[in-house]
Write a protein that binds this ligand. Sequence first.
Ligand SMILES: [Zn+2]
Length: 313
Amino acid sequence: VPPVLPAAQQPEFVALDCCPACGSPGGPESGRRGALELHVCSACALVYSDPQPRGIVARRYLEEYDLAAHFHALGRRKKVLFESRLTELPPPRPGREALCDVGCGDGQFLEMARSAGWSGTGIELNPPAAARTRERGFKVLEGRFEELSTDAWGTFDVVTSWDSLEHTVDPAEFAARLARLLRPGGTLALTTLNMPSLAGRVFGTRWSMVAPDHFTYWNEQSLRGLLVRSGLSPRAVHSFGVGRDFFAPLDRVADRFGRRGTDPTGMTPAAAGAPAGARWDVLRPVLWAERGVNRFLDRTRTGVGIAIVAVKE
Ligand SMILES: [Zn+2]
């Protein structure tokens, strides 16, 4: 995989001709959406964009997007998601409470983890989001994780990375660095997009998650393989979430009544504009129904997101 360059020197498109996760020779084209061309790896089953639209994505995340404002609008929904993710971590113990959140956004998860007893550090490339996390009182390593230098390698008991893996142009380097942050015996917990999800199957390349920002589209096999090659032992995998695409009509109706629901993972302008206090997707009956749906989705591994927990031996 060609190296990551500073935003100003980033070429608009970079051709890979190989799988960015396992390095196998380029697989056949599996679909197109506008200028985006997707391929599937015949060795690890990863779906990935090739060529990679690196220029536009680097400009967005390093210069144009305000991820702090984006996540603020999603705060109440994110709180629900983060609460369940916290329960999937081993509990903090005295002297074993160092947690690093890679792609920490506005620091909301770090703040919730602090309340649960963790001592958190963030890694974030978007300047407004990194600034917001610092305002919350956390140390933040700012910049692209794939090229950061730090003396924090091998010092964390838990490393988390929520919905960030799909945004990196070099997932093999990204995963190797996640593992390197951990001390031996430490735990990694990560979520990303699930390509064989119900939404992925029903909507294909019209799935709202098929976007230039997402360089890779995962499944259980490709994700397990990535972590094993990074020296990690996967312990638990599950999938969750139906996907916003099924609720587009409901979102439109909700808009009219000021209860807009929004894409919990997405970068849609609608999400950024939603009022923080008015959401249908945090209402108690909705959450109750969602738990039932998630049980079915997990049994069939067709949730829109895939979550994995792995241990560094
Ligand atoms: Zn591959």
